[in-house]
Write a protein that binds this ligand. Sequence first.
Ligand SMILES: CC(C)(COP(=O)(O)OP(=O)(O)OC[C@H]1O[C@@H](n2cnc3c(N)ncnc32)[C@H](O)[C@@H]1OP(=O)(O)O)[C@@H](O)C(=O)NCCC(=O)NCCS
Length: 193
Amino acid sequence: MSTAEPTPAPTLPATILQTERLTLRAFTEAEVDSVYEAVRDPGIQRWLPLPGPGEPYTRADAEQWCLTTAPEARVSGDGQQWAAIDRGTDRFVGSFGLTRTMWPAMRTEVGYWVAPWMRGQGFAPEAVTAVSRWAIDQGFQRVELKAAAANTASRRVAEKTGFRFEGVERNAMPLHEGRTGLAVYSLIPDDLG
Ligand SMILES: CC(C)(COP(=O)(O)OP(=O)(O)OC[C@H]1O[C@@H](n2cnc3c(N)ncnc32)[C@H](O)[C@@H]1OP(=O)(O)O)[C@@H](O)C(=O)NCCC(=O)NCCS
């Protein structure tokens, strides 16, 4: 019988990222009310089926995200989730993260949403730039970004942050209303020269 310990799943280092206008740090209890308010926004509910397709988003879901799901994403090796905070005002801006990390292939995926009251100020491109460059610095060879094909605002974020469009995964994701194809973008170390 082998007495060897199982090899622990690889994890990302717990990291705080700073950009010109934002601090990206772990979610805490302090974000629960903002997350609850933001995620119920029709603009988020249209493109992200939270908490699950056809299910209403509750305050308990926001609490679960901030206190359990987001922190555990790093520990499980899935990736890392950050709350973006406006450095000037301390206001909550949105959620940014790396997920579906495939360690053997060194691939990961960036995901995000911005609170409706913070949109249109370039916060998503600023945070996505920081998160994706940080992932490449960690040695990842491919960062993916996937957006519902008709989600123009999110596709603009991909274009503005140097991701390259590869094609559409057809009929790939359930939304609250029906299914959508996913526009697939990627960033690889060569793109950064
Ligand atoms: C997609 C999203 C994260 C963009 O965040 P943002 O910080 O507003 O990003 P930007 O300021 O760079 O704006 C991106 C695009 O949003 C649109 N936009 C601009 N102002 C806007 C506003 N006040 N409200 C909504 N959309 C706006 C424009 O198309 C803009 O592109 P442009 O710069 O070429 O004009 C945000 O709209 C969002 O959270 N949407 C809902 C959730 C979602 O789709 N998440 C991504 C899933 S893949």
